[in-house]
Write a protein that binds this ligand. Structure first.
Ligand code: GAR
Length: 292
């Protein structure tokens, strides 16, 4: 159940604990405040009292959790959470966040994310739209995927990316709000991270903090996992910061490593996990966010 909540809310274990504590304290606080208020109007405890109590609790609850959330450093989460409830209750359609996917290779993850977006759009649901595929390799398979789905592409050049502004000006001018790395092999420059604070996420094909860092990508990761005799591996979805494979972890899922596994059979298991979880984690994260 906790794993499901972590994935649903796009938070790590530590933040989940703080969120659950906030729910509990916020609930108690608003129950206490409602009872205190009801002592001011002299009504006997009975059906009417209960009705007014429930009404008061419902009105006070958002204020109580928001207040408590400040103390636990969870204000942004609860602001997004309450916004989501308000939208659901008013039947209002959510604003679609504009997403760019950065990829350097085959693009199987990019394709799954695009498919999820298309299915959600048909159902009138969903939280994001993939508006751009950013790629550093003219022969990468992800470019054909973009063409098949009529998505714009941007082929980037190393010098401008690493020593210029990281294409931040171009991305913001196109209205991109959120960046998803899906097998993108260049380090993200600080200028781009600063232009998109907490709005760039990555997927890594191992259980970070192990088997991450410079040069650890694709099969190299699986070779290292097998060589170390690990019994399990998995995927990590995390925010991107200035260091390789280092930012706050949002979600992890595990799989077994069998004795007969080779880097390619392990890669298949990992890809399966990635395809199963990455699109959903992105959707859940963006459902909670306010569109800029
Ligand atoms: C994925 O397995 C992803 O985790 C990995 O590259 C693969 C891309 O596959 N990323 C890294 O290794 C980053 N350090 P795809 O092109 O089929 O989506």
């Amino acid at each position: 159940m906790f794993e499901k909540l972590k994935k649903h809310w796009g938070v790590n274990g530590f933040n989940l604990t703080l969120i659950l504590i906030t729910f509990a304290c916020g609930g108690s606080l608003c129950g206490y405040a409602a009872r205190k208020l009801l002592t001011l109007i002299n009504i006997d405890k009975g059906f009417i009292w209960l009705l007014i109590y429930l009404l008061t609790v419902t009105i006070l609850w958002p204020f109580a959790v928001l207040m408590v959330s400040i103390a636990f450093g969870q204000f942004n989460f609860f602001k997004g959470y309450l916004k989501k409830i308000k939208k659901r209750m008013s039947g209002q359609k959510s604003t679609l966040h504009s997403v760019a996917i950065f990829a350097s290779g085959a693009g199987s993850n990019a394709e799954k994310i695009i498919q999820q977006m298309e299915i959600a759009a048909k159902a009138g649901k969903g939280s994001f739209k993939v508006d751009l595929i950013v790629c550093n390799k003219p022969t990468a398979g992800v470019l054909s995927i973009a063409a098949n789905h009529q998505i714009d592409t941007l082929l980037i050049e190393k010098e401008q990316f690493l020593n210029g502004d990281g294409y931040a000006t171009e991305l913001t001018a196109r209205g991109i709000e959120f960046i998803v790395l899906a097998g993108f092999l260049w380090k993200i420059p600080v200028t781009l991270i600063k232009a998109y604070p907490n709005n760039i996420i990555n997927i890594h094909p191992a259980l970070l903090p192990k088997y991450g860092g410079k040069g650890m990508y694709g099969d190299k990761v699986h070779q290292a996992v097998i060589a170390a005799g690990e019994k399990e591996s998995g995927i990590t979805i995390h925010y991107v910061d200035e260091l390789y494979d280092h930012g706050n972890i949002i979600f992890q899922a595990k799989c077994r490593v069998d004795e007969k596994d080779s880097p390619s059979t392990l890669a298949q298991k990992i890809h399966q996990l990635e395809h199963q979880h990455y699109p959903e984690v992105i959707d859940n994260l963006l459902q909670m966010r306010k569109s800029r």
